[in-house]
Design a binder for this molecule. Structure first.
Ligand code: SAM
Ligand code: SF4
Length: 534
């Protein structure tokens, strides 16, 4: 089998020049040598951690490897190339990878041809040398903006970076440096056009619309790892949506660290002349004449079948920062039939002092008034959120304020985690003064509170009929766990309703990928169980 090149250890390479554009990556001697062989190509395995953006990025990397002739291995053990797409949001996510170094060392000694690539948010412009020490089994580090170069950097024959990256540039983010070539506009479009995106599902698709993040959350590593916001051109997104509709996708999720600020960095155009609402929260942005998230939702919703129905029946978007949730956007959500009645709107804390130290630029009251506007416009909308427990200076009273905000809003789902100090972020200079045991205790209390809120909110679904997009089937037949299983033979199926609730039902496996009506007959804190209607 043809071997991947021995890649230069990164510690020997100079760190990227801050704030200066870099020339396009030149092929190195090992790579050129490798590219001339043409026996069996490597089998690869992509291990993805973290958010939906990483999952979408992994689909692109897998697509590039498949397009260059590699095949997918069943798992790490049988792979010749392991690509780890990392998450750096919390220390625990990074530890998960560090914890695998021993396994990787064993795999490498059994298969000397094995190469390991580390990419994702753990690979940042400022930290290349330390990375080699933390991840000794890794042969090649790629920052998120370098991911489109993966196949070319591995010297896979005939592979050029789709769209032509032309080399990254660097920007100052706080006191650090971040690479900004993360998906130059042509990169994604070219990958989609040449079918180099190995989508993980034929039912639901990710559609990235904006890369990077301009926000000021003091705890967060994302602006340092992914650089400033860069929106994809409006028409490219529409083209991708059109192709997903043509391929029969039932659900599309628009992706970005902060999708709601989509378009502010694009040039103004005549056709968007009517737009320009300033945001109610956060610092001002001149949005006049630029496409925004509302325009994008309306345009995608406007793709219709011959019967006049939305060509993509379900449209979702994550993640939304409260700053950019304009009334225009709320109106678009309410008026577009394809936009699902669910919004993930991270609140992080219910205490104004904590929110201020977090740099979130809204108060608890401002958040609550957003929730009110959303519920006025979209009755029955389901809301989920993120909360950080034990941020610097969070007193017991501040934590109580978060619990009471949760009660007032009545979230349908909460993703909570203990504050994890991320080196290099502004919050790393604040005291990490909530002891770990107290962070854990608060987290457990919060999860208990949310469990009873979810239980109550899910109970309200009892007896209602809801549309479920069936997305998976378990191999074993149902054994009477579902409300419907006594009478309906079939498999145990799972899906989500438009409000993003997990719904279990029993039915034939052919229903996977279809939207079906289900009557809810049993509810719990985490899922609904229902009977398939004819
Ligand atoms: N862009 C989104 C927003 O508006 O907040 C969130 C994206 S971030 C990748 C996902 C979540 O990770 C955040 O909402 C936050 O709750 C959590 N998070 C980020 N940094 C964290 C840290 N240092 N410690 C604990 N949780 C963190
Ligand atoms: Fe991180 Fe805040 Fe940006 Fe979300 S909005 S990715 S939490 S900096």
């Amino acid at each position: 089998m043809r071997q991947l090149p021995v890649l230069e250890p990164l510690s020997a390479a100079p760190p990227p020049p801050p704030l200066a554009p870099r020339a396009a990556t030149a092929p190195d001697a090992h790579i050129a040598e490798f590219a001339t062989e043409d026996t069996v190509l490597p089998r690869f395995h992509v291990w993805t951690l973290g958010c939906q953006m990483n999952r979408s990025d992994s689909e692109e990397m897998a697509g590039a490897l498949l397009a260059s002739g590699c095949s997918e291995a069943a798992g790490m053990e049988t792979a010749d190339l392991i690509v780890i797409n990392s998450c750096a949001i919390r220390e625990a996510a990074e530890q998960k990878i560090i914890g695998r170094m021993g396994v990787l060392a064993r795999l490498k000694s059994a298969n000397p041809a094995l190469r390991v690539v580390l990419t994702g948010c753990s690979v940042r412009a400022d930290e290349t040398i330390d990375l080699h020490r933390r991840y000794p089994q890794v042969d090649l580090f790629l920052r998120p903006d370098e991911e489109p170069e993966l196949a070319a950097r591995l010297g896979l024959a005939g592979f050029t970076t789709p769209g032509g990256l032309g080399g990254p540039s660097f920007a100052r983010v706080g006191r650090g440096t971040a690479a900004t070539a993360d998906r130059l506009p042509g990169t994604r479009a070219a990958a989609v056009e040449s079918e180099r995106v190995a989508r993980g599902s034929t039912i639901s698709a990710w559609l990235p619309i904006i890369y990077g993040c301009d926000k000021t959350c003091t705890y967060c590593i994302v602006p340092f790892s992914r650089g400033p916001e860069r929106s994809r051109p409006f028409d490219q997104i529409l083209d991708e949506a059109r192709s997903l509709a043509a391929a029969g996708y039932q659900e599309v999720t628009l992706l970005g660290q902060n999708v709601n600020s989509y378009g502010h960095d694009l040039p103004p155009e005549e056709r968007f002349a009517g737009q320009g609402e300033q945001r109610r929260l956060g610092r001002d942005l001149d949005l006049r004449g630029r496409p925004d998230m509302a325009a994008l939702l309306r345009a995608i919703d406007g793709l219709r079948t011959a019967d006049g129905l939305p060509a993509i029946p379900r449209l979702r978007f994550v993640t939304s920062h409260p700053w950019d949730l304009t009334d225009r956007l709320i109106a678009a959500m309410a008026e577009c039939p394809s936009v699902c009645e669910h919004l993930h709107l991270p609140v992080q804390s219910g205490d104004d002092g904590v929110l201020r130290r977090m740099g979130r630029q809204y108060t608890a009251e401002a958040y609550l008034s957003l929730v009110e506007r959303l519920r006025d416009a979209i009755p029955g909308i389901s809301l989920s959120t993120d909360v950080i427990c034990g941020f610097s200076g969070e007193s017991d009273a501040a934590f109580q304020a978060t619990l009471s905000l949760m009660e007032r809003v009545g979230f349908d789902q909460v993703f909570a985690a203990a504050f994890s100090v991320r080196p290099g972020t502004p919050a790393a200079r604040l005291p990490d003064d909530v002891p770990p045991a107290e962070k854990r205790a608060r987290l457990n209390r919060l999860l208990d509170v949310q469990e009873s809120i979810s239980l109550e909110r899910n109970a309200a679904w009892l007896g209602r009929t809801t549309e479920v997009l069936v997305d998976s089937v378990r191999a074993e037949p149902s054994h009477g766990h579902d409300a419907s299983s006594a009478e309906t033979p079939g498999c145990r199926l799972t899906g989500r309703n438009r409000e993003h609730r997990l719904v279990h039902l029993t039915g034939p496996p052919e229903l996977v990928g279809r939207r079906v009506d289900v009557r809810i007959e049993r509810t719990g804190p985490y899922a609904l169980n229902g009977r398939l209607l004819a």
